[in-house]
Every structure is written in C-alpha cells, then in structure tokens.
Design a protein around this ligand. Structure first.
Ligand code: SF4
Length: 347
C-alpha cells in the first residue's frame, strides 16, 4: 500500500440533470401507498414507554456489568445481537479482528452519502457523478472511511463506484424521491447509555423519515438490504426501535427492511410487544457475550456465516471448505480466549 496518498477521484462536474418532475414508477407509488401507509392512523404510546424500556434494560443489564467502568462500556450493536444468535464464536472472532472497511461497507457509506447529496443539490447529477461527488465529500470529511478511500487501488475504486452507482440507481427507481419535509435522516447514529455508562447501545439507521407529534408515533425506519428481505431482519430492526424510543420517548410507527434488488420489503408495525421483545433480546445477547468474556466457551453454530467468519481456519466446527477472509489473521488466534480451547469445548 502506497504511503503517498492521492485524491481518489477528481471533482466531477454534473454532466446531466434529473428532470425536475419525473413521474413516479409503479413501485415508488406502491412504496408511498403501502409502506409509508400515509392514510393509516398513527398509534399513540404512553409517555412512560421510553423510561419503562430503560428500566427493563437496566434491570437486566445491570447485574452483568458490575465489573465494568463507564470508560470501558459493554458496547451492543444490532450487528452484535445478530451475530450472537448466528454463532457466539463469530462474535469472539469479529471482536478480535475489529472493524475494517470492506467494499460492501464502503458501498453503503458512499451510496447513502450520494442519496443525501441528491436531496439538497439544486442540480442532481447522474448516479455515477453523484457517487464521485459523494466520495469527494467523504474524503474531505473527518470520518474513518477517508483513509480507506484514499488507499483503494484503482480497480477496487472502480468496482466501488460501480456498486454504489448501482445502489443509487435502484434507490431512485424504487423508493419515492425524498422530500425535505419528511426530515430524512440517512446513516443516522443512535446511542443510549445505560447503567451509569457501563453499557452503550449504538446503532446506525439507514433511513428514518418523519417526526413524532407529542406521543403519536410518526417515524418510519428503513434498513436497505441486497437480496431478499427476510423476517429475521425485522427482529434486527427492533433494536433501532428501542434506541429511538428511549431517545425521543416515542417509538417509530413502523420498521422495514427494503430490498433494492427486488423493490420488495418486509415491514413490522411497532407495538409494546415489539419493544419488549427487543429489550429482552438485547439483555439475552448481553448475557451470552458476558459469559464468554468471563471465560465461558462460545456456543458454535456452523452455517453460512462460516464462509466469511475470521475464525474459520481455527474453528473445529467450521466446514472444511470454509476459506474466510481472515483465515491467516494471527490476531484471531491470539485474541480469541485460547481460540482452540474455547472453540473446541463448545457445542
Ligand atoms: S467458523 Fe462458523 S462455527 Fe466457527 S466460529 Fe465462525 S461462524 Fe462459528
């Protein structure tokens, strides 16, 4: 990797503009009618909903973090919860490797930035130009992605541009044009401190629309996926509902996973049952993580995740054909609590 970093992409002047009023596609109309459900009466929630959820979480999490300090909190994210349910060994392995930008993560960040820019630019460039502009803005910004973008080899940069432009095109074809009045929030960070700061819940919402009115829920949260929307994704989104409810005091009215590949979605309306289930799921996941942190053997569940799990090379449960990205990463073997011991003892 070169130590000489150069600009990844020269600023791209807009080459073409989107007509100011483009007729909506049938899918866009269907999303506006069915997913947004504008004509549906929005639910009201008791004003004690947020504090009650906080109490529920703190009652469950407090005993798990008595040995933690506020400057070293137990951090729980949607991804962590999903990984615990997939395979506890995967959580250990991912934590050992740490976060690293990948083409998939970079594509999401660039595409979301491009859509964000498209809302505010007077002249909306063609998707590829929009993507180049987004990359420029991210490089000029102060985010962790900056160095990764600057160091991308030309071929990978070209692939990233193509993948992000594909995302933008599909978004523009299937999702209604975002109106500023809807208060769209893209890649919106939500955090909640619990137990005196010894637990940190954090999530990044792909898209949130709307605003609550008093105790009436009027926010829609959308997570974009490639591939088909699955019911399990809706459970993941309950975590966002939890964070939003504690933050604002009012839940979102609906959670949706939207597939840009198919223009299909899976949605769930939020009610006290959804929120309670999300809180219990969070506590259960935390308990399993803490048990492993305290020396317990992670329960291994071999499955599709083994294909990209950083521990596959050391894991006795991984199918022989697994050839993960981190198979040669010594950090996994060193940082997993005696990887072979922990992994081989579980079942
Ligand atoms: S290789 Fe598979 S079974 Fe082993 S820790 Fe990773 S996900 Fe779990």
């Amino acid at each position: 990797m070169s130590s000489m970093r150069s600009r990844a992409v020269a600023p791209a002047p807009p080459r073409s503009t989107r007509p100011t009023a483009v007729a909506a596609t049938p899918t866009q109309l269907r999303v506006a009618t069915e997913l947004f459900a504008r004509r549906t009466r929005r639910p009201r929630f008791h004003r004690g909903t947020g504090p009650a959820l906080r109490d529920l979480l703190e009652d469950g999490l407090g005993p798990l973090v008595t040995d933690r300090r506020a400057d070293d909190p137990l951090v729980l994210a949607k991804r962590t919860l999903a990984h615990v349910e997939t395979c506890e060994g995967l959580v250990v392995a991912e934590r050992a490797v740490g976060f690293a930008w990948s083409t998939a993560a970079g594509r999401g960040a660039v595409a979301h930035k491009a859509v964000e820019l498209s809302m505010t630019l007077r002249v909306c460039p063609a998707p590829l130009d929009l993507v180049d502009l987004a990359i420029e803005r991210l490089i000029d910004g102060d985010r962790g992605i900056r160095g990764w973008l600057l160091d991308l080899p030309p071929a990978e940069r070209a692939e990233l541009r193509g993948a992000a432009a594909d995302w933008v095109v599909k978004f523009q074809d299937t999702f209604p044009v975002l109106q500023p009045a809807w208060r769209p929030r893209l890649e919106s960070l939500l955090t909640v401190d619990l137990c005196g700061g010894r637990v940190l819940l954090r999530g990044k919402v792909d898209l949130a629309l709307g605003r609550p009115e008093g105790t009436q829920a009027r926010v829609l949260i959308v997570d974009f996926k490639s591939g088909r929307p699955q019911a399990v994704h809706a459970a993941d989104l309950g975590f966002y509902a939890l964070l939003e409810t504690i933050r604002v005091g009012v839940p979102p009215y609906r959670l949706a996973t939207f597939s840009l590949d198919s223009g299909a979605w899976a949605a769930e309306d939020v009610d006290p049952g959804v929120l309670g289930a999300a809180a219990r799921r969070t506590v259960e996941a935390a308990a399993r993580i803490v048990a492993v942190d305290r020396g317990g053997a992670p329960k291994l569940r071999p499955g599709p995740a083994c294909r990209w799990c950083p521990a596959a090379a050391h894991c006795p449960a991984a199918p022989a054909a697994s050839a993960p990205r981190g198979c040669a990463d010594a950090r996994v073997a060193l940082a997993m609590p005696s990887a072979s011991r922990a992994l081989s003892m579980s079942g």
